[in-house]
Design a protein around this ligand. Structure first.
Ligand code: GLP
Length: 243
């Protein structure tokens, strides 16, 4: 596990975007599995700009959405689908064969999970870019989720339900998510865990320096052989300074 601390959110995002773009140059068939949310918003914007301005070949690029609010239509601006469509899929004009998103409206979410399990098993994940929730979740792997989990439907805990309101213009009834699993995080070649802002300092400290346990899902990062923690100064504020 390596930890890189950046001056601010802009520098952090620029680094993440440039890392992914660099890997895409090396491996044009790169598969990126990525979270939506506030943390990676600037990264994805910078990544798209870099790919287009530097004319990086992305014809073989594949993209997997990390998670989704179950039952939320894709046109809802708070959905992960909407985030990826407006920030990545449309700007890069990705063809439907280049991206894989959970269908949160499917009448058979278990089948959605099996479909995504098959995509991940077939392609593998080169880079998994994740954020961290205020309860230590990754994707919708809530506290108590097995470190061996594959794609699954998750009952959201109270923290996730209340913090999740920040993505929506009106009060939402959030009860379940559909998510890739922690077992799949462990199979990714590289995991980038990003966090910014002082609010995230306690959870980053627990993820990086606390005990590795399923009751704090992000602590799994300590088990990954090639995990990179990227934070701004504020999110790193509680980390052991001798690092
Ligand atoms: C959300 C999502 C995660 C995301 C995390 C942090 O609920 N399920 O995929 O990474 O919480 O979100 P943010 O970056 O907006 O703080």
């Amino acid at each position: 596990m390596t930890i890189s601390v950046f001056e601010d959110y802009h520098a952090l995002s620029a680094h993440a975007a440039s890392f992914i773009a660099g890997q895409l140059r090396i491996k044009p068939s790169l598969t990126l599995c990525m979270a939506s949310g506030h943390t990676p918003a600037l990264t994805v914007e910078m990544l798209v700009n870099t790919i287009l301005s530097e004319k990086i070949d992305y014809s073989g690029f594949r993209f997997i959405g990390l998670d989704e609010w179950l039952g939320l239509p894709p046109e809802n601006s708070g959905s992960c689908h909407y985030f990826f469509k407006t920030k990545l899929i449309d700007p890069l004009q990705l063809s439907p064969s280049q991206y894989f998103l959970f269908d949160a409206m499917s009448p058979d979410p278990a089948a959605e999970c099996k479909k995504m399990d098959a995509v991940i098993a077939e392609r593998g994940i080169d880079i998994m870019l994740v954020g961290i929730g205020m309860n230590g979740h990754i994707g919708f792997n809530e506290p108590g989720t097995s470190f061996l989990s594959l794609c699954h439907v998750a009952a959201l805990d109270d923290t996730t339900k209340s913090v999740g309101q920040k993505y929506f213009n009106e009060q939402m009834e959030l009860s379940k998510g559909i998510t890739t699993g922690l077992g799949q995080l462990l199979t990714a070649s590289t995991v980038l865990l990003m966090a910014n802002g002082s609010k995230k300092a306690p959870v980053i400290q627990k993820a990086v320096e606390g005990p590795v346990k399923e009751s704090f899902p992000a602590s799994i990062i300590q088990r990954h052989p090639n995990a990179v923690i990227l934070t701004d100064k504020e999110a790193a504020a509680l980390l052991n300074t001798s690092r």
